[in-house]
Write a protein that binds this ligand. Structure first.
Ligand code: HEC
Length: 142
């Protein structure tokens, strides 16, 4: 029992230490090219903007559940928590749609192939600030 607490305490101090020692620095280096952003923009406008907003600002009251317990479309411009998800997980959400119970986002695997799904991600990550992008990298985005 005591050993477990010790392990927990040392894991916590490592975690706190990591946060403390290496604050993510803003970066303008991105994984995508300007061509991918340009390819993704019209796809984003046709397939995503209707729910997530032209600028990725999310649906109205996105941070509160709807009356039926489902969630409105989240912002994709970096102000929500899309930056908590790795590139793989973002790509999977776009392919499969929402997976948690009550999720309403449709999947786009039939409409958008993988390079197109990546281009759509490039288009909305292009809205992210350098700091949000650095935070995403720091959390293991790539
Ligand atoms: C019909 C509305 C609708 C459309 C169209 C739609 N989404 Fe969503 N999206 C949602 C909803 C609602 C959620 C919240 C999860 C859920 O309930 O499924 C969501 C969640 C997400 C998430 C997870 C965000 C987070 O912060 O966890 C991503 C990424 C995403 N959508 C990307 C896209 C992209 C890219 C497109 C276009 C290819 C798209 N969505 C099209 C409604 C939509």
């Amino acid at each position: 029992m005591q050993k477990r607490i010790l392990v927990l305490v040392s894991a916590l101090s490592v975690a706190v230490g990591l946060w403390g020692c290496a604050p993510p620095q803003p970066t303008s280096e991105r994984w995508f090219t300007p061509e991918q952003v340009a390819a993704g923009q019209p796809l984003y406008a046709s397939y995503c903007a209707g729910c997530h907003g032209e600028q990725g600002q999310g649906g109205a009251n996105w941070d509160r559940p709807n009356a039926d317990g489902s969630y409105p479309p989240q912002p994709l411009n970096g102000s929500g928590h899309s930056w908590h998800h790795s590139l793989d997980s973002l790509e999977e959400t776009i392919a499969q749609g929402g997976t948690h119970p009550g999720a309403t986002m449709p999947g786009f695997a039939a409409e958008l192939n993988k390079p197109q799904r990546l281009a759509v991600i490039a288009a909305f990550q292009n809205f992210w600030s350098d700091q949000t992008y650095a935070d995403w990298l720091y959390r293991g985005g790539l």
